[in-house]
Design a protein around this ligand. Sequence first.
Ligand code: 5RP
Length: 248
Amino acid sequence: MATSRAAGQQPPPLSEDPRAIAQKRAAAQTAAELLRDHMRVGLGTGTTVAQLLPAIAERGLVGLRCAATSPQTERAARALGLEVRPLDELGELDIAIDGADQVDPEGWLIKGGGGAHTREKIVASAARCFVVICSEGKAVPQLSPPVPLELLRFGVQHTLAAIGQARLRPAAAESPDGGLIADYHGPIGPPRELAARLSQTPGVVGHGLFPPELVSLIVLAGEGGIERRRGKKPFDQEAGGAGLSSSS
Ligand code: 5RP
């Protein structure tokens, strides 16, 4: 019998380029500077967020309360002394910070390499300000497959057939909420059309296409320093707005 593997628990690739790791750290540190005392903060999942958590802890802010998008992030945040509360207890978040697999020039994202995209989208939506942190290799001229999916277990073969060109990840990967993690490997075309089609397919719990309207800021770290790209989601001063307006 295949063993199930919870989302967000994949270790970073052993062969990851040290420059990419340094860039993730630089993007994470830039985002951590946006936080202020007493903020309610959404924490994403993945290797870039793994760089973010110590950067937040090192700031020593007072009264920070965090909501985590995966058990892995929750454990790591708590181990660093950050307070983690259930999202519903925190209400609206001041800011959420997360990584991404791909970022296109319009501000569309593909997320969910770690299979936590459904929670990540809920947390991004619950925040007044959503900041994406990436190494420059995540910036692409055009999104390309795969697009991660979370599917309801019931009738999953019917759901996969209805989507077309989609398959379950190996080892019965599942989300923290028991959904099955799959990937769509077909053509993407206009992302808004594919996002609508996936959202309308019965059995699809969530997909990894994030629209620019969900994103306030993308922090891309590269060899030449930090590039900041504005998304379409508004933000205010209390939600890190002062930091967002500063130049690279
Ligand atoms: C997890 C995600 C991650 O943010 C995305 O996969 C990027 O991961 P990493 O920071 O490890 O490169 O969406 O579901």
